[in-house]
Design a protein around this ligand. Sequence first.
Ligand code: FES
Length: 67
Amino acid sequence: MTEEEIKNRFKKVCICRSISKGTMIDAVKNGARSVEDIRKKTGATTGNCKGTRCTPVIKEIIKEYSS
Ligand code: FES
């Protein structure tokens, strides 16, 4: 794993619920294929902004890591 990848893993994607990119990537690797799946597995999108900030980023992560 490169330094860049390590930093990425700790970066908060869902700021409201304090959920890192690494947690999202693991969810995708464990079968999550939609924002709804990610919500169920991690609790992301359920914070104060109701997913306004994190949903677009989650979609990108799903696209990037689901193949
Ligand atoms: S950043 Fe994810 S719910 Fe607000």
